[in-house]
Write a protein that binds this ligand. Structure first.
Ligand code: MLC
Ligand code: AMP
Length: 512
């Protein structure tokens, strides 16, 4: 009988309870890897929930988390769900200056961070009314230590499908980050659909090398394994050598395209080392047809590409059994409605380019504290406007052809030019700036700053210095060029397409 409690933790507790002795987190790729069973993880998540409760955290309270990837961090996430608290993960690359904004916006009860962040963020945490704790001991006490001594909270707070489970921050075209509010129903429906669509098996072993502060690593990858109560080879970060060494023991890997291009540089990634694998998934950024073909030639596997967003979890996927077509993101997942529409909302016929709009149980509840932004991005009939440009063929297969939003995707991370331009424009000597993404052999797209100056020499070193500590390193321009004037159209709008064309080969050799 289905429980009335729609807290997603309820489904995960049930899955773990059915297989308590199975391996859950295999920490590391070598023979001396530490293993947490499902029982271990459940027990520790109960203690984490107990420790959070003792800090006053309850239903609906936000818990902002910026920590390294670890078993304890997974237990912390599950502990939040159990309590009915709202989990708010942050990229570990964000600087203290960036974190200050998130703390002020989310107003958390607790901020869990690393020892390095605790000093620079203590004031902002206090102003937001949050208790600051580190996850692991960094001298003084820590949440993990408190959890080891805590009275376990073994319940699962009652939650409805529409209640908040997480807030995932995504940058915006205005430069101000927006918190996408995801509900327990979003998490559950997405996990269940993916488990079924990708044919999750009892003997699957997931190779998990993604960060767990974004939808891909946290919700897509982790949830599939937890719901199936199957093991994960849980690596702290993507290291090509470590991942290659683990491939023979895994059956599924999920990654961003950079994972695949980096692995292709290695001789030990081949048909033999991938013989045990049944599924390679790619997403978060476009996978090129060349990488798809090279991977198939090398390993015999056709990568399954899918498409999603923080706001919508997963929208479309190439099929498990049917044809996986390179350069396409497949079909709307079961329960997800997708259409291609013109700017005015008119639904377009097959083959025409427009914006993908989606509707379904996967779609978020809106932006935290931003009702106007939320209203702008939804149609009256409930479809969410993704900002991604695509075509749909007669069979419903979708091909992404570009982005309507001014966004760079680098190594699977979203970077909004506006945020960088605002800081560049404040630099002495800079009259105006335009930030673009151009092809990059490792990251897919690399960030370039195009500057107009008043004659002052402003180059890479000056830009690096100006952005240092204010902007996460991955967002900082990997090249800086100076021009006399930015190209503009009759309306005065900067023609970024022209700049992208002009600098298309900055990081790559032009083909002869
Ligand atoms: C790291 N660097 C990057 C970068 N990652 N620069 C641009 N883009 C990136 N993605 C820079 C660092 O700032 C640093 O610069 C240098 O590279 C080395 O840092 P590193 O930490 O050692 O990098 P590395 O470990 O090699 O990381 C690369 C990566 C990582 C591709 C493995 O970025 C990654 O794990 N990406 C996955 C992102 C992801 O999970 N996206 C999902 C979003 S959810 P310097 O100058 O300091 O030396 C989503 C929805 C969906 O999009 O559909 O899934
Ligand atoms: P995020 O806001 O980090 O969740 O990033 C979501 C964005 O990533 C989407 O709006 C797309 O632009 C992009 N994206 C995700 N998956 C794919 C894919 N398979 N192909 C192309 N773009 C993708």
């Amino acid at each position: 009988m289905k429980s009335d409690n729609q807290n997603f933790a309820h489904a995960l507790v049930a899955a773990a309870g059915a297989h308590p002795h199975r391996d859950c987190l295999v920490l590391g790729a070598g023979p001396d890897a530490l293993v947490w069973s499902y029982h271990d993880l459940e027990q520790f998540s109960e203690r984490m929930a107990g420790a959070l409760a003792s800090l006053g955290t309850g239903v609906g309270d936000r818990v902002v988390v910026q920590t390294e990837k670890s078993a304890e961090a997974v237990a912390l996430y599950l502990g939040c769900l159990r309590l009915g608290a709202v989990y708010v993960p942050l990229n570990t690359a964000y600087t203290a200056a960036e974190v200050h904004y998130f703390l002020a916006d989310a107003e958390p009860k607790v901020f869990v961070c690393t020892g390095a962040a605790s000093g620079p963020c203590s004031g902002a945490a206090a102003r937001a009314g949050a208790t600051l704790v580190t996850l692991e001991a960094d001298g003084s006490g820590s949440l993990a230590e408190a959890a080891r001594a805590a009275e376990p909270y073994s319940g699962v707070a009652a939650r409805a499908a529409g209640d908040l489970a997480a807030i995932v921050y995504t940058s915006g075209t205005t430069g101000r980050s927006k918190g996408a509010m995801l509900t327990h129903g979003n998490l559950a429906s997405s996990a269940e659909v993916l488990r079924d669509y990708w044919g999750w098996r009892d003997d699957d072993v997931l190779l998990h090398a993604l960060p767990i502060f974004h939808v891909h690593g946290l919700f897509v990858a982790l949830h599939c394994a937890l719901l199936g109560a199957t093991p994960m080879i849980f690596l702290a970060r993507f290291d090509a050598a470590e991942v290659a060494a683990a491939l023979p023991r895994a059956t599924v890997m999920m990654g961003v395209p950079t994972f695949y291009t980096r692995l292709l540089e290695r001789d030990d990634v081949n048909r033999d080392t991938c013989a045990n694998m049944r599924l390679f998934v790619s997403g978060s950024a476009p996978l090129t047809a060349q990488t798809f073909a090279a991977w198939e030639a090398r390993t015999g596997h056709r990568i399954l590409e899918r498409y999603g967003m923080s706001e919508t979890m997963m929208n479309t996927s190439n099929p498990l059994d049917g044809e996986r077509v390179a350069g396409t993101v497949g079909f709307p997942l079961p329960g997800v409605e997708a259409r291609i529409a013109a700017e005015d909302g008119t639904v377009l016929p097959p083959g025409e380019i427009g914006t993908i709009e989606v509707k379904g149980p996967n779609v978020f509840a809106g932006y935290w504290h931003m009702p106007d932004k939320t209203a702008e991005e939804f149609r009256d009939d409930g479809f969410f406007i993704t900002g991604d440009l695509a075509t749909m063929d007669e069979s419903g297969r979708i091909t992404i052809v570009g982005r309507g939003k001014d966004l760079v995707i680098s190594g699977g991370y979203n970077i909004y030019p506006k945020e960088i331009e605002t800081l560049l424009d404040e630099m002495p000597g800079v009259v105006e700036s335009a930030v673009i993404g151009v092809p990059h052999p490792d990251f897919g797209e690399g960030v370039v700053a195009v500057l107009v100056t008043d004659g002052t020499a402003v180059g890479q070193a000056e830009v690096d210095r100006a952005l240092d500590g204010r902007l996460a390193r991955f967002k900082q321009p990997k090249a800086v060029v100076t021009v006399d004037a930015l190209p503009r159209n009759a309306m005065g709008k900067v023609q970024k397409n022209q700049l992208r064309e002009q600098y298309a080969h900055l990081f790559t050799q032009p083909h002869p």
